[in-house]
Every structure is written in structure tokens, then in C-alpha cells.
Write a protein that binds this ligand. Structure first.
Ligand code: GDP
Ligand code: MG
Length: 169
């Protein structure tokens, strides 16, 4: 079986955009409407000399904040149980939210390798501002600035992701 990598985070932060970039396909999964990704999507991605399966999570019904948070947490919990590495995507421009902190706490307890991604940082200037102490407060280590839409930061993120995959059998 190939290593499993899950992409988690609250709606509209750019999970599906990152998923498409990792699998190098423009699947019609990205919409302006939050929560448009129904279900979970699986696809294989190849970077360097490794192939792994990426899971895009979503399927949240927009509405009640409490229901939404519960859904995001459930997806994160599933990811923790079945995946080797978790990409935890946040909105680098919006900053940390309560939902991010709740998911972050759950991921921290899991002990699984987690890479925190601060997405939507489309310009270097925005990146410097967004990567203030805020995201480090999650207690999950390094924060990876990314523009999933434009591809900025993807090589750096993918490189670290490869390092975190279980050794090849
Ligand atoms: P998801 O709900 O987390 O899967 O988010 P999507 O991938 O569907 O993206 C939600 C919205 O954010 C869409 O309008 C995307 O075009 C936009 N988006 C995603 N990545 C970026 C990015 O790097 N920069 C900017 N400016 N917008 C982005
Ligand atoms: Mg999505």
C-alpha cells in the first residue's frame, strides 16, 4: 500500500486547490462556495521518487458553526487514524481561527506528523506579515507558507512531506 497523506482544515482555506496541485491535475473540485467538496477524494501523487495517495477532505454543509466545527474535527480524527502524514491547511491571510485551534489541538495529541500550511499567501510581503507568531501558537512546529493557487511554496512543502513519509519498503 502507498503512504496516505490527508489534507484537513476548515472550509474554503484551499484544501482542494492544494490537492489538485499535489496530484498535478485540474480536477473540477474547486469552487467559490465553501464546503463544495462532497465526500473525500483520493488520488495518487508523485513527487521525487515517491508515490503516495492524497485524500482531500470536505463535504461540510454550510450552516451552523457548531455543526461545521464538529465535521472538521471528525475529518481530522479520521485522518489521524488512517493517514501517515497530515497537511493541516489554514488561511494565512485570515489568520488563526477558533476552528483552526480546535483542529490543531486534536492533531497535536495524535502524535502523527503534521505540516501546518498557511495558504493564500500569494505575495512575499503578505507572507512576512502572516507568518507572525500566530501560527506557531498551534504548537505544531514549522509553518509552511503557500499559494496553492499560484504554486508558490509547493516545492518546499512537498520536499518536507517526502521526508515525513514512512520509509520505502
Ligand atoms: P477548500 O474548501 O478548503 O477545499 O478550498 P478550495 O480549494 O475550494 O478553495 C476555496 C477558495 O479559495 C477558492 O475560491 C480558491 O480559488 C481560493 N484559493 C485557494 N488557494 C488559494 C491561494 O493560494 N490564493 C488565493 N488568493 N486564493 C486561493
Ligand atoms: Mg474542498
Amino acid at each position: 500500500m502507498k503512504p496516505l497523506v490527508a489534507i484537513v482544515g476548515r472550509p474554503n482555506v484551499g484544501k482542494s486547490t492544494l490537492f489538485n496541485r499535489l496530484i498535478r491535475r485540474r480536477a473540477a473540485l474547486v469552487e467559490d462556495v465553501p464546503g463544495v467538496t462532497r465526500d473525500r477524494h483520493y488520488a495518487d501523487a508523485s513527487w521525487g521518487d515517491r508515490t503516495f495517495t492524497v485524500i482531500d477532505t470536505g463535504g461540510f454543509v454550510p450552516g451552523d458553526q457548531d455543526v461545521l466545527l464538529k465535521e472538521v474535527r471528525e475529518q481530522a480524527q479520521l485522518a489521524v487514524e488512517e493517514c501517515d502524514v497530515i497537511l493541516f491547511v489554514t488561511d494565512g491571510r485570515a489568520g488563526l481561527t477558533a476552528a483552526d485551534e480546535a483542529v490543531g489541538a486534536l492533531l497535536r495529541k495524535s502524535g502523527k506528523p503534521v505540516l501546518v500550511v498557511a495558504n493564500k499567501l500569494d505575495s512575499p510581503i503578505g507572507t512576512v506579515q502572516a507568518l507572525s507568531a500566530e501560527f506557531f501558537r498551534l504548537g505544531l512546529g514549522e509553518v509552511f507558507p503557500l499559494s496553492a493557487e499560484h504554486g508558490l511554496g509547493i516545492e518546499n512543502l512537498a520536499g518536507t512531506l517526502l521526508d515525513k513519509l514512512p520509509a520505502k519498503k
